[in-house]
Design a binder for this molecule. Structure first.
Ligand code: GLC
Length: 641
């Protein structure tokens, strides 16, 4: 059954008082039992005994879930899909780079409030591998806070504080792999057969060669191949990402059981949203690329349904940066619809926005979004212009070709445009994981540097600076108007430029994603009252988008974001509606003035008697002619009247 339907049924007869929590738990277990059993036994045929242990685990996890969280679970069940409100605005940050540690973060809560941020994605906080650790994604524990960030009590205090303030917390669950120094890996190296069976370990190249025949490389420059020889255990182990990240072997149900416990314990720390890291890779099969396999989906459903029973207020985010048609599958399909992840990154929207910046056109953006299968009503997106990772060129080649562009040449152009291979481009980014044999590569850089601010500031070019600020405003404004939860990478709200310090750090020098993970510049923040400087302008723009978004109910996600053909290839148009209220978002990607037909906007209710109202400028203006003009890189949020 769809989760929202279960929610509705439970909300219809909410038992009161403490024993009610247990009663509601039994109802949830009963409601989900058949699906759980089917999904488990499909994945692990004949393993009824392990399934019974899973059910016992559910019971013990529910019993130890803290009372305050059980209370919140019930409130959430009663209030419907809290994550679809337009009021949530997220920020993603590395605690140490933002404010040193968890105690420091408590002191920064007023900063988030001043911008309107109420949803925090804190990058991996639990114990990590020493030295290189993939930005924290090589974990030694799923629940114990790494002492670099503070103590377990610091995290508990922070989560209680966030709850009190009505803020949401998202933490990662690195579900696909552990560090090579994780306790299981250490025991495996010491010869423990059980722990070796939790990973894909092989004494010779026979099976690894069969896997590698069809497995793509994720980090071809720094970690070619998919297996690593471990001399201590004299075995090969599967390492799809970095050589120090060992892939968990989910074909062994003991792995699922142990990882479910880790997930439920993580939820008990007071996490509201669990980011399921690299979840497309969870199931491996010889002869396939081992991504997006049906078994991976079943496994995610099992995690989801189990969590639904023990911690129903906690939801999952799919970190599936995969082909557009694959992404929506992580919301669950068929009878599992709504039973995988409630949220997914809108990686297609993100990648296409960057394509529009480089080409100044919006055709690929519209085509890609129009061709995506619809998402279930009860699910939502995280919309973002960039995150801590690289920007991948995740478009469908067929769509590029339909627009008359040659896909490999077009991808090459985008890499050239953003990665400093074209003199005339304002962008200052770097290439990530370039693969000369395929020509594939990805892009790194902060939003401001990729959008021209760094180059213009270096050249002391006021015209270039204002164009860069207009690009930044356009990109943020399109994301902040869209359906879903907007997520800003910390520092982008003040236009932070690339951070080149990683080039001097031997543990980071090979990973150009550190370019886009700058330390927060609190001096800049202290100067936000100074008018006319880029950081103040950008911060002010963002605060305004956020304020308007939270004041206006058209921005709730009711599955209503309608794309429009503006009739002008440079202008992207989408509409948000709630009853007769509406906002038409228009963005001009060209660096010249462009026009749209006023008749079309009048028919949609956005121009009346030759006048239109823009929420962003808070002005009602008269049309200059029969056409609506958009200045270079302009953004309008037209109000329906
Ligand atoms: C996810 C993370 C990325 C990491 C990878 C492997 O994609 O976002 O930073 O490198 O998983 O853990």
């Amino acid at each position: 059954m769809n989760q929202s339907a279960v929610h509705r049924i439970l909300a219809g007869r909410p038992p009161k008082g403490r024993e009610s929590y247990a009663k509601a738990y039994s109802m949830r277990l009963a409601a989900n039992f058949t699906l759980l059993q089917e999904a488990f036994l499909e994945l692990y045929p004949g393993r009824e005994e392990v399934f019974m242990r899973f059910c016992e685990l559910l019971d013990s996890q529910f019993k130890k879930r803290p009372e305050a969280l059980k209370k919140q679970d019930m409130e959430r069940l009663r209030s419907g899909n809290w994550y679809q409100s337009g009021n949530w605005v997220g920020m993603q940050l590395y605690v140490d780079r933002f404010c040193e540690d968890l105690k420091g973060l408590e002191k920064k809560l007023p900063y988030f409030e001043s911008l309107g941020i109420n949803y925090l994605h804190l990058m991996p906080l639990t114990r990590q591998r020493k030295g290189e650790n993939d930005g924290g994604y090589a974990v030694n524990s799923y629940t114990e806070v790494d002492e670099r960030f503070g103590s377990q009590e610091d995290l508990e205090r922070l989560t209680a504080l966030l709850r009190e303030k009505g803020m949401a917390l998202m933490l990662d669950f690195v579900v696909n792999h552990t560090a090579d120094s994780f306790p299981w890996a250490e025991k495996a190296k010491a010869g423990d057969a059980h722990c070796q069976s939790l990973y894909y370990t092989y004494p010779d190249r026979h099976i690894p060669d069969q896997f590698e025949a069809s497995l793509p490389e994720i980090f071809p420059e720094t970690s070619p191949g998919n297996f690593t020889w471990i001399p201590e255990m004299e075995k090969w182990v599967m390492t799809v990402f970095n050589s120090y990240q060992w892939d968990l072997n989910y074909s062994n149900p003991e792995v699922f059981l142990a990882m479910f416990k880790n997930l439920a314990d993580l939820a008990d720390l007071g996490v509201d949203v669990v980011r399921f890291d690299a979840l497309a890779f969870l199931w491996k099969k010889i002869g396939t690329d081992s991504q997006n396999l049906p078994e991976a989906h079943r496994l995610i459903s099992l995690f989801r349904l189990g969590l639904q029973v023990v911690a129903p207020g906690v939801i999952l985010l799919a970190e599936a940066i995969v082909a557009p048609a694959q992404i929506v599958k992580y919301f669950g399909e068929g009878r599992m619809q709504g039973n995988e992840c409630e949220i997914a990154y809108h990686a297609t929207f993100m990648a296409c926005l960057w394509n529009s910046i480089a080409t100044k056109k919006t055709l690929l953006l519209r085509k890609s979004l129009e061709n995506m299968p619809p998402k279930p009503d009860a699910c939502t997106w995280i919309n973002y212009i960039r995150c801590h990772d690289d920007i991948g060129l995740g478009f469908d080649d067929a769509h590029i070709a339909e627009l008359g562009w040659d896909p490999p040449q077009h991808r090459r152009f985008l890499l050239d445009y953003f990665c400093q291979r074209l003199d005339w481009s304002p962008a200052k980014g770097a290439i990530f994981m370039y693969n000369p044999s395929t020509g594939d590569g990805r892009i790194t850089g902060t939003a401001a540097s990729l959008l021209g601010l760094e180059k213009a500031m270096d050249a002391d070019d006021p015209e270039g600076i204002s164009m860069a600020i207009a690009r930044i405003r356009l990109m943020h404004g399109l994301v902040l108007g869209a359906a879903g939860i907007p997520m800003v990478y910390a520092g982008d709200e003040i236009g932070m430029l690339n951070d080149y310090s990683y080039l001097k750090d031997p543990d980071r020098v090979d990973d150009s994603r550190w370019l886009n993970r700058p330390f927060q510049d609190w001096d800049k923040v202290a100067d936000l009252d100074k008018p006319g400087i880029p950081s103040s302008i950008i911060f002010k723009d963002l605060s305004q988008f956020i304020r308007l978004r939270t004041e206006n109910s058209v921005f709730d996600d009711r599955g209503d974001m309608r794309l429009h053909d503006s009739g002008n290839d440079h202008i992207f148009a989408y509409e948000r509606r709630s009853g007769t209220d509406g906002v038409m978002v228009l963005g001009n990607f060209d660096e010249k003035t462009q026009v749209v037909d006023a008749g079309w906007l009048a028919r949609q209710g956005y121009i009346r008697e030759g006048r239109y109202t823009d929420l962003l400028s808070a002005e009602t203006s008269e049309l200059q002619s029969g056409l609506l003009e958009l200045k270079p890189l302009a953004l309008l949020w037209l109000k329906r009247s």
